[in-house]
Design a protein around this ligand. Structure first.
Ligand code: 8OZ
Length: 360
């Protein structure tokens, strides 16, 4: 047991976090059609600057990385300018903010791709389910397997996006390697059936992620880079035959990079019908030699308990930050929380986005 709680500051590389409460990355589908953050998005993030650290919504690294309408990007100068207004607002309010770098892989649709092309993936395996297109849900298509010659281009897109993130004033970046998107599709054996150096054994499946981190590290100091993993997240038709072994080895490999933190979401751990392979996130915590961020369904009591037990150093809160822009203050005062309205999570305007009230 320790005296650390959610309100104990944390030095994270060069960034001093005022508290241990992280705003989780939250897709809200309210950018312009060109993927540019706008004034409404600036206001949303500014309202939430009392989080110790804000992780942006997943942000596309290239036009091919897009899988949902109205999600932001960070590959061009208009997007960088849009994000600069966000980071200025958050910094002006005393906060810290990292940009989450995203390539959706197969979780897309030709309607959302440049030139109507097929989405790309490690292997040509169609996920069950529907893509969200501007015309509504449409069944996922079978993606095109990336050739080995194309992978340096993907790595380079991550490097470019990280460089742009720093140009836009972000305090760091989080590489999104979770939830069934491209990097996670490489990590897990349900979606990666490759026979080359990027498939098969775990070290091969982790190769693209490690190359991405190497490239991002060329333009952004590693102590300003985090990684998000989701070992048992079934979302997006994901599975792995042995998540404990896969992600244990991934974490061992990640130790070499001197990253700011490792972010592990426990989503899916008690999903109905997921009595699949055994998984204990604490084993990853023990293997990891740096700052450990946990996530998924925590409230104040459970979050303080894991911090005090040394089972995590940071806790990311998603839905509570949607509905409570001043969540740290509410936790500090034990004030009641606003309930969140799922009907306004994805898409729309200010309603359910910037109109949740702060305490008087
Ligand atoms: C919900 C809806 C759309 C995208 C993730 C980026 O799961 C997402 C996402 C979540 O990481």
């Amino acid at each position: 047991m320790s005296a650390i709680d959610l309100f104990t500051p944390l030095q994270l590389g060069p960034n001093r976090l005022a508290n241990r409460m992280v705003m989780a990355p939250l897709t809200r589908n309210r950018s312009t059609p060109e993927g540019v953050p706008q004034a409404l998005n600036v206001e949303y993030y500014r309202q939430r600057a009392s989080a110790g650290l804000i992780l942006t919504e997943a942000t596309c690294i290239a036009p091919e990385a897009i899988g949902y309408p109205l999600t932001p990007g960070i590959w061009n100068s208009a997007q960088v300018a849009g994000w600069q207004a966000v980071t200025d607002a958050v910094h002006g309010a005393g906060g810290k903010i990292f940009c989450q770098l995203w390539h959706v892989g197969r979780i897309s649709h030709p309607d959302l791709q440049p030139g109507g092309q097929l989405p790309v993936a490690p292997s040509a395996i169609r996920p069950a389910g529907d893509a969200f297109t501007l015309a509504g849900p449409k069944p996922f298509v079978t993606p095109r397997a990336l050739s080995i010659e194309e992978l340096p281009g993907i790595v380079s897109d991550y490097r470019n996006a990280a460089r742009n993130a720093l140009l836009a004033g972000f305090d760091g970046v989080e590489v999104h390697a979770a939830n069934g998107y491209l990097l996670d599709e490489f990590l897990r054996d349900g979606s990666n059936h490759r026979l080359d150096a990027y498939g098969g054994g775990i070290d091969n499946r982790a190769r693209l992620l490690l190359e991405v981190l190497g490239a991002v590290g060329e333009v952004c100091p590693p102590d300003r880079v985090g990684v998000r993993l989701s070992p048992v997240q079934p979302f997006n038709d994901m599975r792995d035959s042995n998540p404990q072994a896969t992600f244990g080895r991934v974490v061992e490999l990640l130790n070499a990079f001197g990253l700011a933190y490792l972010h592990v979401t426990e989503m899916g751990i008690d999903a109905p019908g997921s009595a699949g392979p055994r998984f204990d996130p604490l084993e990853l915590r023990d293997l990891w030699q740096g700052v450990f961020m946990t996530n998924a369904g925590y409230d104040k009591t459970r979050a303080n308990a894991v911090l005090q037990a040394g089972q995590a150093d940071l806790v990311a809160f998603g839905v509570p930050f949607i509905a409570n822009p001043d969540l740290p203050r509410r936790f500090q005062l034990d004030a009641p929380l606003n309930p969140a309205d799922p009907a306004t999570f994805y898409g729309g305007g200010a309603a359910g986005y910037t109109d949740y009230p702060a305490l008087a």
